[in-house]
Design a protein around this ligand. Structure first.
Ligand code: NZQ
Ligand code: ZN
Length: 405
């Protein structure tokens, strides 16, 4: 196992009816900006529940900023940051999924980035862009943030990172800063019952690939991280199928919610190599073709595993054995690995997710623009060995054109 520091300060408040805890969790004299997405929080009544809880105790001033897109837009977030300055907001409360929480983290970090000498509190677009592309992790002050999670998927509720989309520039880029850890996140699994099936399945797949990106590299004898990862993968397989068959089952929803949080709260990624190749290629697919985040991952992951099967061999064999229970000793290594990858594809297919570019109505002409974008975004040394250059990414994408399964 490699050396590591593990730090995670997020208070998780889990369970049905826990939104009422906001009256204790948000400072009583706070000037709060509630941030939310395209309308689901209003339609489902969650926004009202949140506002009621905030008014239950204390003297808070509450403002609202709605309309944060799925794949949160840089320009929208600048407007939210302006609102923070205009109303002297000192607490951001994100109500939604990864997009709203990521977007709110970014707002928390950039709100102080006004032009020198500016008196109108307008956040500088250039400074915010520079923050996203280079110095975000060095920002040393941020507004406090809390979250009410409505879709289990990204783990954003318990980590300090996010991903921002700037469609004008065809860029979807990650950022991170320890100040972006939410102070708390409320996880009420009943809130997930209103999700369309597509979003439920996206969430299961995103969490699955998060585990894979931290697990499927090479062994460093990290028994805790490996065993946790394998358990999370098995739970996602079991509960992904269960939620498809019986979407109203709250026990299933609870397990999916906590699993998705555990998949990307830093725990399984400590002390082990990581490989975010699938995500980095996936981000380009979203920014060029507006494909849902999780769906880009299910398209790319099987080809990443096939292309890199030699350098990932030991872990692929472990994955086959411990997650898919492929234990036939007569099979050669290549067959075991290919069988595990096909099982993975079949699982994604069972959830209604694409596993090839063709499944997303793209063909090989999509590859060149993706490679150009990877180059423009300096994604040229991906993988646990930093060896996945643009040629490797091209071969991964060529494999992804048509599925084998
Ligand atoms: O916008 P509204 O109307 O709220 O609708 C949303 C949105 O359309 C809807 N929704 C959310 N909760 C609902 C609901 N509909 C009905 N009932 C509910 N309870 O679901 C749609 C998707 O929401 P979104 O927040 O975009 O989904 P998700 O949580 O999957 O977040 C995806 C974003 O997170 C980033 C992705 O790149 C993408 O931008 N990621 C963030 C990560 C992180 N912070 O660590 C890691 C991930 O790898 C990922 O990259
Ligand atoms: Zn993801």
């Amino acid at each position: 196992m490699n050396n590591f520091q593990y730090y995670n300060p997020v208070r998780i408040v889990f369970g049905e009816g826990q939104i009422k805890q906001l009256s204790e969790l948000v400072p009583t004299d706070a000037r709060v900006l509630i941030t939310y997405g395209g309308g689901s929080a209003q339609r489902t009544g969650t926004l009202d529940e949140v506002k009621n809880a905030l008014s239950a105790n204390g003297n808070r001033e509450v403002f609202e900023f709605g309309g944060i897109e799925a794949n949160p837009e840089f320009t929208t977030l600048l407007k939210a940051a302006d609102m923070v300055n205009e109303h002297n907001i000192d607490f951001l409360l994100a109500v939604g999924g990864g997009s709203v929480i990521d977007g709110s983290k970014f707002v928390a970090l950039i709100s102080s980035l006004t032009e020198d000498g500016s008196t109108d509190g307008t956040v500088s677009r250039e400074k915010a862009w520079d923050a996203l592309t280079s110095y975000c992790k060095n920002i040393d002050s941020a507004i406090d943030l809390g979250a009410v999670l409505t879709i289990p998927a990204t783990g954003s509720e318990m980590n300090s990172g996010g991903v921002i989309n700037y469609s004008e520039r065809h860029a979807k880029l990650p950022f991170g800063n320890p100040l972006a850890f939410p102070k708390f996140s409320i996880l009420d699994p009943t809130k997930t019952l209103t999700l369309p099936e597509r979003q439920v399945m996206n969430g299961v797949a995103d969490a699955f690939v998060h585990v894979m990106e931290q697990y499927l590299t090479y062994p460093v004898n990290a028994k805790v991280q490996d065993a946790f990862s394998e358990s999370l993968l098995k739970i996602l397989i079991e509960e992904g199928k269960a939620v498809k068959a019986d979407p109203e089952n709250l026990e299933t929803r609870k397990n999916i919610m906590w699993t998705a949080t555990m998949a990307l709260n830093g725990l399984i990624g400590t002390g082990v190599p990581q490989d975010w190749t699938t995500h980095m290629i996936g981000h380009e697919l979203t920014s060029l073709h507006a494909i849902d985040h999780a769906r880009t991952l299910t398209i790319v992951l099987p080809s990443v595993l096939r292309e890199l099967k030699d350098s990932k061999k030991d872990k692929l064999l472990q994955y086959a054995r411990n997650v898919w229970n492929i234990t036939d000793t007569d099979l050669d290594d290549d067959t075991i690995i290919e069988t595990a990858i096909v099982h993975t594809e079949n699982f994604f297919r069972e959830l209604g997710l694409p596993v090839s570019l063709e499944d997303a109505e793209l063909d090989k002409s999509a590859i060149d623009p993706i490679i150009k974008q990877l180059e423009a975004h300096k994604m040229v040394k991906l993988g646990e060995h930093g060896k996945n250059d643009l040629d490797v990414s091209r071969r991964i994408l060529e494999r992804a054109v048509t599925s084998k399964a």
